[in-house]
Design a protein around this ligand. Structure first.
Ligand code: ADP
Ligand code: MG
Length: 238
């Protein structure tokens, strides 16, 4: 079988002696939106941090387009084309919206194309253009999420990973962000979404991996899993 765009095999990781991820294998195809869902503490953030090179796995392999990422430092992972929008947005206090966006491009030197990408981000999120000189951390939660996603886009990624898109945001705003992600995806970008809110994730993504206590317990199309009585009961409260 040909390899997938993102191919994760047998990943084990944790903190000190505490193992958090157990034999995680999953794959994401080029051009798709996939999601990782699971309860609080299941290991979703640890998995994204492992992909980004922030957490070092003790076993396993992570390949993007055939290139091994295990052993790479976070900057090197970013350079291969993986952008990570972290849980809680993590914008820089004291820096303007535009400076926060430009930080996403700090490893790039293609100035012309950086300018085009900044216009692309401002077209996606016009409010960011209006607020371009404001301290990014003084904006609302939704606007900060837009800025964090925009910062991710500014690295010109091939894979955009978003940790908890919807956390703390009003449903209407989450719907709008979801629509924007679909639009970005149409422009060719592969997206890996991590969500505690399964309903939201399934509305946006085509394929899902459910993580329970550090293992992938179920995976499949979101259309299928959204109708699975076990998933409905455990994660959707219906
Ligand atoms: N920096 C850390 N040091 C020690 N344990 C951690 C750290 N970060 C997360 N954990 C533990 O790892 C487990 C998985 O956490 P996390 O990956 O944040 O889950 P999720 O994102 O699914 O809520 C939890 O038991 C959590 O307490
Ligand atoms: Mg998390």
């Amino acid at each position: 079988m040909p390899e997938s765009f993102l191919e994760i095999n047998g990943i084990e990781a944790g903190y000190g002696d505490v193992r958090v991820l157990w034999d995680i294998s999953l794959s994401v195809e080029k051009g798709e939106i996939a999601c990782i869902v699971g309860s609080n503490g299941a290991g979703k953030t640890t998995l994204l941090n492992t992909i980004s090179g922030i957490v070092k796995p003790t076993a396993g392999s992570i390949k993007l387009d055939g290139q091994e990422l295990v052993g790479c430092l976070p900057d090197a992972v970013l350079k291969t084309g993986i952008a990570h929008v972290p849980e809680g947005r993590r914008l820089f206090k004291g820096l303007s919206v535009q400076d926060n966006l430009m930080l996403g491009a700090y490893l790039r030197d293609d100035r012309e194309s950086i300018r085009e990408d900044l216009s692309f981000v401002y077209d996606l999120f016009p409010i960011l253009k209006e607020r371009s000189t404001q301290d990014a951390t003084t904006m609302s939660g939704g606007e900060q999420q837009m800025c964090a996603i925009g910062r991710g886009i500014m690295s010109k990624p091939r894979l955009l990973m978003i940790d908890e898109l919807s956390l703390g945001l009003a449903p209407r705003l989450v719907d709008r962000l979801g629509d924007t992600l679909l639009e970005i995806n149409k422009s060719g970008l592969t997206i890996l979404l991590v969500e505690q809110d399964v309903m939201t994730a399934f509305e946006i993504a085509k394929r899902a991996f459910v993580i329970e206590t550090g293992r992938v317990s179920i995976s499949g199309s979101t259309a299928e899993l959204g109708n699975d009585p076990k998933i409905k009961e455990a994660y959707m409260g219906i």
